[in-house]
Design a protein around this ligand. Structure first.
Ligand code: AKG
Ligand code: FE2
Length: 383
């Protein structure tokens, strides 16, 4: 095997210890309760990215174990990924931005952006109709907005809005460059673990992946039941999340049980999105998740990064090799064209642009009202 040429990584663990950890974690998970979090320990599997010069057997073993986890759980931690320093820079500037006055933050309000880019104040966003309790800046690929674009989802193309007097622009650009390389590498392991060619997914993303990312602040809610973001699944292929190393709150739904995913220093939390669930006919799982910061005084900060295909990309269902055993309990008949979020009614559309627009339109009615009232969503999403 060749082509492991992206950013440098540091350590790896032996196949045997990695495997026993995964099996142990998967077993423990079925017994887990929603309140079992402690900082730095989790019931989700922890992977270390192999060194680029690891043996072929190690790369293949990593790929197999990774895909097994993506099939059974759809969530894992990734360490030794090489993006640690860049993530720290973005987090530090994010904290500085969120500490500014509301007036200052609203200078880059997303209500001025038909492409859903910019600062979203607390209370702007909803999940399944319930108001989320977080503030964020949403970024995407730099582009030029065209209201008359031939297809509606091209309205997601537009310019980013960065705060003035901040180093966020440079930091976000550098972070995205590194995350691009890392995402391609994780996708190549997923391809291998599925029994496909290592570069199978390259044409899906090509040189125009519709990457999105945000910086988020979740205010403390104490014992309130308010969610920073309610139960949902992500719309693309991979989501890679930086969590600040202080306050937890991310929860993952595995076999109908909510598992905590507290921060582990230096790690990313990785999960799979709706497009990869669809193209693998449900073999890989777009696992529902949510965030609630139950701390009484401290905010939680995070950087979700979404690795998505081109907007006009339509998923091709893959014929997976017979040797990929189905291991999840009683889900052979699962409808992979929907996910469990939104009470099982979250339909997944084959065209990525449509699938992404579905989610924005649902969560941001104000932007729809101000900029897209000419679009008839019922017609666009009638299937
Ligand atoms: O901030 C987080 O921890 C997760 C956010 C998330 O799931 C999302 O924005 O899709
Ligand atoms: Fe998410």
């Amino acid at each position: 095997m060749s082509g492991w040429t992206s950013s440098p990584v540091i350590k790896t663990v032996s196949r045997a210890s990695q495997r026993s950890r995964q099996i142990g974690d998967a077993r423990a998970m079925t017994r887990a309760s929603a309140s079992s979090s402690s900082r730095g320990s989790s019931k989700l599997p922890v992977f270390r990215l192999p060194k680029l010069d690891a043996s072929e057997a190690e790369h293949r073993s990593f790929a197999r174990n990774l895909v097994r986890t993506c099939h059974e759980i759809g969530f894992f931690y990734l360490c030794d990924h090489g993006v640690e320093l860049s993530a720290e820079g973005v987090l530090a500037s994010s904290k500085e931005f969120f500490a500014r006055s509301l007036e200052k933050k609203l200078e880059i309000s997303y209500l001025n952006s038909p492409s859903f880019r910019g600062y979203m104040n607390l209370g702007c966003e909803n999940t399944a109709g319930v108001t989320d309790r977080r503030e964020q800046i949403e970024f995407g690929v730099e582009g030029i907005y065209d209201r008359d674009a031939a297809v509606f989802y091209d309205r997601l193309i537009g310019p980013n809005q960065f705060p003035s007097e901040s180093t966020l622009r440079e930091e976000v650009n550098e972070f995205q460059r590194r995350m691009d390389a890392l995402s391609r590498r994780v996708m190549s392991y997923i391809a291998l673990g599925l029994g496909l060619e290592q570069d199978y997914f390259e044409s899906t993303f090509g040189d125009a992946p519709n990457v999105q990312m945000k910086i988020c602040r979740y205010p403390p809610t104490g014992s309130s039941v308010e969610f920073g973001v309610g139960e949902h699944s992500d719309t693309g292929y991979l989501s890679l999340l930086v969590q600040d190393n202080e306050v937890g709150g991310l929860q993952v739904k595995v076999n109908d049980i909510w598992i905590d995913a507290p921060p582990i220093a230096g790690s990313l939390v990785v999960n799979l999105g709706e497009m990869i669930q669809l193209c693998t006919r449900g073999y890989l799982l777009a696992t529902p998740h949510r965030v609630r910061n139950t701390d009484t005084s401290r905010s939680r900060y995070s950087i979700p990064y979404f690795w998505n295909p081109r907007l006009d990309y339509s998923v091709k269902l893959i014929d997976l090799p017979d040797e990929l055993v189905w291991r999840r309990p009683s889900e052979t008949e699962r409808n992979f064209r929907a996910t469990d979020s939104h009470e099982g009614r979250n339909q997944v559309y084959e065209c990525y642009g449509a699938n992404a627009f579905k989610s924005y339109a649902r969560s941001h009615p104000k932007v729809m009202e101000v900029h897209h009232s000419d679009l008839n969503l019922e017609d666009l999403f009638s299937s």
